[in-house]
Design a protein around this ligand. Sequence first.
Ligand code: DQA
Length: 146
Amino acid sequence: MKILFLNGPNLNLLGTREPEVYGRTTLADIEAEVRSKAKLMQVEVEFRQSNQEGELVNWIQDAKGKFQVIVINAAAYSHTSIALRDAISAVGLPTIEIHLSNIHAREEFRHKSLIASVCRGQICGFGSKSYILGLESAIYVIESNK
Ligand code: DQA
């Protein structure tokens, strides 16, 4: 069982970036937490971050046949990227959208996610725990074959 975690722009700055919104946990801390939980649950995870939209598109395309589920925090691209939406739709792998913050309780431009309609579900608002919930949802999707 292999799950791909993708992280979009500016998430490399977690820890120092607007800590009142995103907390003080770094992306490396989050990755370590996801890895230790994944080990307990006996699943393999790969964790990647890019500030480039095209690189994220390439990673989604390449995931076919290598991963069973994608968990993605597309960050600002969630609200702008038809290319990411089309890649998720084209590849057809179950994809779970996650966010640290509750995008629906923030500025209006964050309320709309262009990828939401091609994702299996969305988790947002639980800080770094959104990633653990994303992992658990990914395992649920694989195990229940839904
Ligand atoms: C985010 C929410 C997005 O609106 C924002 O652009 C981010 C982070 C989150 O995890 O809360 O960069 O995806």
